[in-house]
Ligand binder design. Structure first.
Ligand SMILES: [Fe+2]
Length: 255
């Protein structure tokens, strides 16, 4: 299966959606960046770059229907877009537009697992490898995106609530314990910002961490807002330092 055939199939799939819509456009572009990152990470791991690229390309195929139906990307309030994407690929072997028969299950499992808190048990070694490559690539691009001003207008993030808010005790404590935040447990708008930074805690390899550090994704994410009260200023300072130290520690460990 070559990349171009997969790209053609993907473009045919998305062509029925309004790609001028901000949410759709965001995911369309994200899909290609994640595909590139997957290929790059796979290369570093001596894995199949081409398969990784195609997995990255289709990983958010469930997002388009989610955006059309709900105008929201909050899985816990709408639908699980990883499960939806995996089911879509499975139906009538649609996956064979993107994968050879021996790659089909690897692709479906990676898509199903990419948005979960943790990868499900029981995946074989190869499936687990690609599921992890995808999870790291996806998180790397999410961090890049969250540092862009344009993103919060698309997701209608309430800047005022963030700037006058605080981090909830649960999220603060999880962030300081190097835990990824469970989306449904976020309480305040500021929790969402913090939960993005905490994605680095779940990175399997240091490629994504290195990219995020070199490009200052964490700093850009936190610097987007002008925090108004002393408590939240301190919270953000603590978490920001904690996350950055964690990233530097991971890189040192990997050397
Ligand atoms: Fe996704």
């Amino acid at each position: 299966m070559n990349r171009q055939d997969a790209v053609n199939a993907f473009e045919a799939y998305v062509s029925v959606f309004d790609l001028n819509d901000g949410m759709m456009k965001l995911k369309h572009e994200h899909s290609y960046r994640v595909a590139d990152l997957c290929a790059e990470f796979a290369k570093s791991l001596s894995a199949d770059e081409d398969l990784a690229y195609r997995i990255g390309l289709v990983h958010d195929i469930g997002r388009f229907e989610q955006a059309r139906k709900y105008h929201s990307f909050l899985d816990y309030q709408t639908m699980d877009h990883g499960d939806f994407g995996a089911a879509l690929l499975k139906e009538n072997d649609y996956v064979l537009n993107y994968a050879d028969p021996n790659e089909a299950d690897i692709m479906i499992q990676a898509v199903r697992n990419h948005n979960k808190y943790a990868v499900e048990e029981g995946l074989n070694e190869t499936a687990l490898l690609y599921a992890r490559i995808l999870r790291d690539a996806d998180k790397t691009d999410i961090l890049y995106l969250r540092g862009c001003h344009s993103y919060d207008s698309i997701l209608k993030i309430d800047r005022d609530a963030i700037e006058h808010g605080t981090v909830s005790p649960y999220v603060y404590s999880e962030a300081m314990q190097y835990h990824v935040i469970i989306s449904s447990k976020r309480v305040t708008k500021l929790d969402r910002v913090v939960s993005m930074a905490c994605l680095v805690y779940d990175m399997n390899w240091t490629y994504g961490i290195k990219t995020a550090l070199e490009n200052h994704y964490i700093e850009k994410l936190f610097d987007l807002y002008d925090y108004q009260n002393a408590e939240e200023k301190q919270q953000i300072k603590d978490i920001r330092e904690h996350v950055l130290n964690y990233m530097k520690m991971r890189l040192q460990e990997a050397e």
